[in-house]
Design a protein around this ligand. Structure first.
Ligand code: PLP
Length: 416
């Protein structure tokens, strides 16, 4: 039996397997593709499992910090061993309660999405008697020539429109409880190639420098975002960015010449690149059926297990792939009672009759927590953490209903 068969037999399916050795390799490789001294923030959104997150910060001088955007992600970051001071808190809807909680636990760095957002941060900091450091997230009016999935230039809940900065700066820099220390850009995810990634980051560096000169945007800290790409639930390898480091260095030398002396702290962010290829999803074939000339392979993992942001209305992954030789074509579907529970339509699969174990590769990011976990009442998949062949832990998220003791309970429901 290979280890996947053995683990599936021991822990059941569907089963996510995360290999911490692979997280370490991805982390070291990404750091090595960035200029010396760059900080790297791990976006816990990609996979908040505490041991996976911990592996991103274990690299000595190549240790990631944490990018978080909720109290739950903050808790996950802290339990992974990140210090509160290593966390960057982002997101357009930070509530007073979340801000009080985060500041109370020692988080000091916030990405600011609007004037209103900064006012909330300031008010919370004043309540606690501390000063919050603010990075203004910028929604640029202009774009680089080559782009991937773009979030800038359009109306958006993210970032402050760059053209409004001249008017807003005096107010943004005088809010009690806050100190604006720099800027945050996050303009694309999963860049289509190295040229788009470099083009976008160079554009961001030039724009930040221009805003520094022209509207007095402070640049003690500049987070130029990410976009590092990695395959999602299909076969393939993480992208390699051979030219990134030197291209960024020359852009920085031109636009922010003090960067080598630490005048500006520089940072990038990544979720999928750091953890995507560390994970596999093991799923077992429950039934195989024919229908009007089509073949359906029904497995025990559906969009409740690998939902890929389906809740946001874009059904990703559009199509998964499985490891191993293939000689058949069929639709791979999950067990849920919705026609939307499709992992792949007419995809290449092995010849299957029921009971076989399939492995979906590159499923370490946007897996469990990006899925419709509670839809149709199946348990969340088990998550197995390994180092190579050695088992580290196995766990499972468990959503459950908790009745508020003071609230009215529906009659007939017994409290436990
Ligand atoms: C989602 C997100 C990331 C991570 O994106 P990946 O494509 O997984 O690298 C980083 N930063 C911010 C602000 C995000 O919202």
């Amino acid at each position: 039996m290979n280890s996947h068969e053995e683990w599936a037999a021991r822990f059941g399916t569907p089963l996510y397997v995360y290999d911490l050795d692979r997280v370490a390799v991805a982390r070291d490789e990404l750091f090595s593709m960035l200029p010396e001294g760059f900080e790297l923030y791990y976006a816990l959104k990609a996979n908040p499992h505490p041991e996976v997150a911990r592996a991103t910060r274990e690299g000595g001088s190549h240790a990631c910090r944490a990018e978080i955007s909720s109290s739950g992600e903050l808790a996950a970051a802290l339990s992974a061993g990140f210090a509160a001071e290593e966390c960057l808190y982002t997101g357009p809807g930070k509530t007073d309660g979340e801000l009080d909680h985060a500041l109370g636990l020692g988080v000091r760095m916030f990405s600011v999405e609007s004037l209103g957002d900064l006012r909330h941060i300031g008010a919370a900091a004043v309540r606690l008697g501390v000063t919050a450091q603010a990075l203004l997230r910028i929604n640029s009016l202009t774009a680089s020539a080559t782009t991937g999935m773009r979030m800038m230039g359009k109306p958006s809940q993210f970032g402050i429109d760059s053209e409004t900065l001249p008017e807003l700066m005096p107010e943004l820099t005088s809010i009690a409880g806050t100190r604006v220390v720099g800027a945050h850009f996050f303009t694309m995810s999963n860049a289509k190639d190295e040229a788009s990634l470099i083009g976008e980051m160079q554009h961001v560096i030039a724009l930040a420098a221009e805003l520094g000169r022209e509207v007095g945007l402070p640049l003690e800290f500049l987070d130029i975002g990410g976009g590092f790409s990695s395959p999602y639930a299909v076969r393939g390898e993480r992208a390699v960015y051979d030219k990134l480091r030197t291209e960024l260095e020359s852009s920085l030398d031109v636009h922010l010449p003090g960067w080598r002396d630490g005048t500006t702290r520089l940072a990038c962010e990544s979720g999928r690149y750091l953890v995507g290829d560390s994970g596999s999803l093991l799923t077992r074939v429950v039934n195989v059926k024919q229908s009007r000339g089509g073949k359906f392979v029904i497995v025990d993992a559906g969009i409740n297990t690998l939902g890929g942001l389906s809740g946001l209305g874009r059904l990703l992954p559009a199509s998964v792939e499985v490891d191993g030789d293939t000689s058949d074509v069929a639709s791979l579907v999950g067990p849920l009672c919705t026609p939307g529970d499709i992992l792949g339509r007419d995809i290449d699969l092995p010849e299957l009759s029921g009971g076989e174990l399939l492995t979906v590769p590159n499923a370490g990011a946007y897996g469990v927590t990006a899925s419709l976990l509670t839809f149709l009442g199946r348990p969340a998949p088990a998550e197995l953490v390994v180092r190579g062949e050695e088992v580290v832990s196995v766990s499972r998220l468990e959503p459950r209903r908790v009745f508020e003791s003071s609230g009215a309970e529906p009659s007939g429901v017994a409290a436990e």
